[in-house]
Design a protein around this ligand. Structure first.
Ligand code: ADP
Length: 566
């Protein structure tokens, strides 16, 4: 609900309640005033009647005696004159002023219901001397005023007690029943008792009309005043509150839509609204500064992003070029590999076989045997190197497929011995194998395990001077259940700082051109790759000048335990 609607509603409710309250209050006050003035008027009438009565009473002697003192009754006694004067008083208006009593001498003076009430009250209570109230003339209590036009009219009734004085006793005192001067029997009243009442009837038609007119006039004036106040209040609220608020609402809307260059004018507004406008202006200014800062930041970030994109695009281009180059190189490499494979391995294998045959058929000619021996050794070393190169190349090309199967380490050791044996003989190095009887079958790749042992064995023979010993052993480590395959030699050993590096590709302890030991530096790298591919680990322990021990650790999880009857 809008503030404007709430204000109108509240003002209307206040207006209605105030008008109703004022009307009721005014009616009450007007009625009270009317009653007061009626009482006053009735009292005046009654006093005047009283005064006439009194005068007549006091003047009886003068009236009824001649100047010479002879009594001559003129018929002008107080009751008659009082009633006549009452009739004269009310002749000019529509009031009724009369005398009444419970047992009147004339029948028309009998009291009506209201007058009877008043007389009873006066007789019972000495201190109550007047009685008045408003009655409906047709309610049985009303005494119809002669000139009153309406039977159902409302009347103001007033009664005042007439007290019996000494002078009244002449006509109304004792003895009861004695005929008085006016010809009526005396009632036997005593001084101080109630001798009747003066009754005044005032029809309220005119007063009520006047009261209505007054109330209507007052309420009309009040309405006019209240409307004026309401309009002024609403106008002030519109000017000082509603309009500034609407302007602020518009300004907030503008800010909300991103138009931050908003500034409101607080001239002519109330202090509270003006401080609100000040705050709004400050807020809008701060927002503007922040927003502009943000825009700068966004612009800078966008520039950064563009630069980064350009750099990325450049990198992508160079990567594409590199990739193309690599693809070409890869093609060259694979061509080279297949060439090496075909053009070198095949003839080398033939040379090794031929030199073996020549060795076996050369008889006792030591010189010739020596030459054939050299040919076979060199060819074997060369073949080993080529094999290693090809394996490494295959591994790099992602061709390292592992073929896990059940394998007997005894078999593999024997097979490796077959390859290394001739080399050891040529190098005059003793070659031993020691496979412990409790070595179990293990899961692994037969070919790769054989290549591991061939490489380790070839190295051991190569780096062990003549007269030394190379041992290929397989045993089960009791504490862990792992199987260890070891190649031990009594050769030159490896310095501690090189013991880890020898597993790097192309690393050779002596890589100088004048080195004694031939090789490519790929063998051990390949050994480790093969071992890791099967889930094994390779380590070396060595003391320079004493020898080295290479250990392939096959974890217990790869061990296949066969039951007794298998
Ligand atoms: P290479 O083809 O040169 O033998 P490897 O990777 O097989 O390449 O060996 C790397 C280097 O580790 C060798 O050049 C050698 O210096 C050292 N090495 C390997 N095995 C032994 C060993 N049993 N005794 C002493 N040194 C060794």
């Amino acid at each position: 609900m809008s503030l404007r609607a709430i204000s109108v509603l509240v003002l209307t409710v206040v207006f209605v309640i105030a008008t109703a309250s004022f009307t009721l209050f005014d009616i009450h006050i007007q009625t009270k005033n009317m009653e007061d003035s009626l009482v006053e008027e009735a009292r005046t009438f009654a006093r005047e009647m009283d005064a006439v009565w009194q005068f007549m009473d006091n003047s009886q002697y003068t009236i009824n005696n001649t100047t010479s003192g002879v009594y001559e009754f003129k018929g002008l006694h107080c009751a008659i004159v009082g009633k006549s004067v009452g009739a004269i008083f009310s002749a000019g208006n529509n009031y009724l002023i009369r005398y009444t009593n419970f047992s009147p001498r004339r029948a028309q003076d009998k009291p009506d219901a209201f007058e009877a009430e008043a007389l009873t009250l006066f007789n019972e209570a000495d201190d109550v001397r007047e009685y008045y109230r408003i009655v409906e003339s047709d309610a049985g209590v009303g005494l119809r005023a002669e000139t009153s036009a309406d039977d159902g009219a409302t009347q103001f009734r007033y009664a005042r007690a007439l007290q019996v004085t000494e002078s009244c006793l002449e006509c109304h005192g004792g003895p009861v029943g004695e005929i008085d001067v006016t010809g009526f029997p005396k009632e036997g009243w005593t001084t101080g008792s109630v001798g009747g009442a003066i009754s005044v009837v005032i029809p309220l038609e005119q007063q009520q009309q006047a009261l209505r007119d007054n109330v209507i006039r007052d309420v009309a004036f009040f309405l006019l005043l209240a409307t004026f106040i309401g309009v002024v209040v609403f106008a002030l609220m519109t000017v000082f509150v509603l309009r500034p608020l609407e302007a602020m609402k518009r300004a907030f809307g503008e800010v909300g839509e991103g138009r931050l260059r908003q500034s409101m004018d607080d001239a002519g507004t109330a202090r509270e609204i003006s401080s609100l406008i000040d705050r709004f202006n400050t807020m809008a200014a701060e927002l503007r500064v922040t927003y502009e800062g943000l825009e700068d930041q966004v612009a800078e970030r966008t520039r950064d992003l563009r630069r980064a994109n350009e750099a990325l695009a450049a990198q992508r281009d160079s990567l594409e070029a590199l990739s193309e180059k690599l693809a070409k190189e890869s093609q060259v490499k694979s061509d080279l590999l297949s060439m090496v494979n075909h053009e070198l391995r095949t003839p080398l294998t033939s040379i090794i076989t031929l030199s073996q045959i020549a060795l076996e058929s050369s008889g006792g000619n030591t010189e010739e045997r020596g030459s054939w021996e050299e040919v076979r050794k060199s060819s074997s070393v060369l073949l080993g190197m080529i094999n290693n190169m090809l394996d490494i190349a295959r591994s790099d090309a992602g061709g390292m497929a592992v073929n896990i199967e059940l394998m007997d380490l005894g078999d593999i050791v024997a097979s490796a011995q077959g390859t290394i044996g001739p080399l050891a003989v040529g190098a005059r190095v003793g070659l031993k194998t020691a496979v412990a009887p409790d070595v179990p079958l293990v899961n692994g790749d037969y070919e790769k395990m054989l290549r591991i042992l061939e490489n380790l064995g070839t190295n051991a023979v190569k780096f062990t001077p003549a007269g030394g010993t190379v041992t290929i052993a397989a045993l089960r480590e009791a504490s862990t259940g792992d199987v260890l395959v070891q190649v031990l030699d009594t050769g030159i050993g490896i310095a501690p700082e090189n013991q880890e590096r020898i597993f790097e590709r192309f690393f050779q302890v002596d890589s100088s051109a004048t080195r004694i030991y031939s090789g490519s530096g790929l063998g051990l790298a390949l050994v480790r790759e093969y071992a890791v591919a099967q889930g094994y680990a390779v380590t070396v322990e060595s003391v320079p000048g004493e020898g080295s021990t290479f250990t392939v650790r096959i974890p217990a999880t790869a061990v296949v335990e066969l039951s007794e009857d298998e």
